[in-house]
Design a binder for this molecule. Structure first.
Ligand code: PLP
Length: 412
């Protein structure tokens, strides 16, 4: 069961100009409630966190609400939800902290399916520690990254495996649980980049079996910031660089400087919008359902809605001459990477933009994946679906691509 997409779209001021946004994998549009929560947090009486003044308590309340909301989204322990500037910044910080006890002879495993944010921080940290890096490839013909391919790179010296929950370039969703079991049997840690996955599917960190996980709220209707969560016992053990007077509690130990309360409030508001997409509970009463249950049901509905639109796009593309769809894995997000025989994907991007259809071309920082696919650093045209995408958007995309492959750019 899905949700009322038209009612959802009404909540996005950005959608009123008629643009069809297929660039959600780069960051989604934002509902009015999120912008309002950001503004309200900046205009109410608020100061640094504390319990004495009302303004201090307001800041504290924002932080607690944020951690609870993210914990509900991911099935995480709220006391392990860390706010950071971006997933990239959080991964860099974590890599430096973990690498503090890596030594020459230790090994770190990264994959060619990943966004560079889950490759370079580990490669650079390994180089500084004198540890070596082992690479896992995905199968270009199927788009799959198999647990066996990860197993082949594990050894008694593996300290950490960094894996994406889903590729932001071709949508592949590796079997994270199977990889987690292999990694743990080898005595190593599994860090998962959940930035793309979290925007498209229900997530349960305990089911996935990860040790640490990052996500970026701006990929799912929220503001620009990043989140790290991890197993509590692990976070308690880690000793990141921090200022002497700042809290040494977890998760504050990992949060450098004063928190952006407005972005935290915006994230909570975004997750409340998402939770509101849940179909009615089986007994018809929303009151009996926790927000965690609502978020799981909502993300299942988002997945179903986006998969239906993805299939419509794939059917339409199959009728176009010379189009290669590189997104082929059995389990994948609704993120399609396209190239065109004899035509430049960057021209498709410009041609679609001229009719108000936003689908950018590039390799989107998944540069190893793009090179491995034989697309160099140029990549292809990325068509990504979001919770607010609708059939009319898909019609316009397909019409634009039909015109492009015929060599014609039609104006709306
Ligand atoms: C899969 C994936 N990982 C990591 C990132 C980086 O996220 P951030 O901008 O929060 O650093 C992105 C952003 O596009 C992404 O798609």
């Amino acid at each position: 069961m899905t949700y009322d997409v038209a009612a959802l779209r009404d909540r996005f001021p950005a959608l009123r100009d008629g643009t069809a946004y297929f660039d959600g994998p780069g960051g989604t549009q934002v509902p009015d409630a999120v912008a309002r929560a950001v503004a309200d947090t900046m205009t109410r009486g608020i100061s640094n966190r504390g319990r004495v003044t009302a303004a201090e308590r307001a800041a504290d309340g924002v932080v607690v609400a944020f951690r609870d909301a993210v914990a509900d989204l991911l099935g995480a322990d709220a006391a392990t939800v860390v706010l950071g500037r971006s997933a990239t910044a959080l991964t860099y910080d974590l890599s430096r902290t973990l690498a503090a006890d890596w030594a020459p002879g230790d090994e770190v495993v990264v994959t060619r399916l990943d966004h560079d944010a889950n490759i370079r921080p580990w490669v650079q940290a390994a180089a500084r520690a004198g540890a070596s890096v082992r690479w896992v490839d995905f199968d270009v013909s199927t788009g799959e990254l198999s647990p066996d391919a990860v197993a082949a790179q594990l050894s008694g010296r593996t300290r950490l495996v960094a894996l994406t929950g889903a590729s932001n370039l071709i949508g592949t969703r590796p079997d994270v649980r199977a990889v987690a079991d292999l990694v743990h049997a080898a005595g190593a840690l599994l860090h998962v980049d959940g930035v793309h996955l979290t925007a498209h599917a229900p997530v349960d960190l305990a089911d996935l079996g990860v040790d640490t996980y990052v996500w970026s709220p701006y990929k799912l209707l929220g503001p620009h910031c990043g989140v790290l969560v991890g197993r509590r016992a692990l976070l308690e053990r880690l000793r990141p660089d921090k200022l002497l007077p700042s809290s040494d509690a977890v998760p504050e130990r990992f949060e450098l400087g004063t928190l952006p309360y407005e972005l935290m409030a915006g994230t909570t508001a975004a997750l409340d919008v998402v939770a509101g997409l849940a179909p009615p509970a089986s007994d018809g009463s929303p009151a009996t359902r926790t927000r965690r249950q609502a978020l799981l049901a909502a993300m299942a509905a988002v997945e179903q809605h986006e998969d239906r639109l993805r299939e419509r796009i794939e059917d339409g593309l199959a009728e176009l001459p010379g189009v290669t769809v590189h997104s082929r894995a059995r389990r994948r997000t609704p993120t399609l990477l396209l190239t065109f025989a004899g035509l430049d994907a960057a021209d498709a991007y410009r041609s679609l933009a001229a009719i108000g259809v936003n689908a950018p071309a590039g390799s989107f920082y998944a540069i190893e994946a793009s090179r491995h696919l034989g697309l160099g650093d140029t990549g292809g045209l990325r068509v990504g679906l979001s919770p607010y995408s609708d059939d009319a958007d898909v019609d316009r995309l397909l019409e634009g691509l039909r015109a492009f492959t015929r060599g014609v750019t039609r104006r709306r």
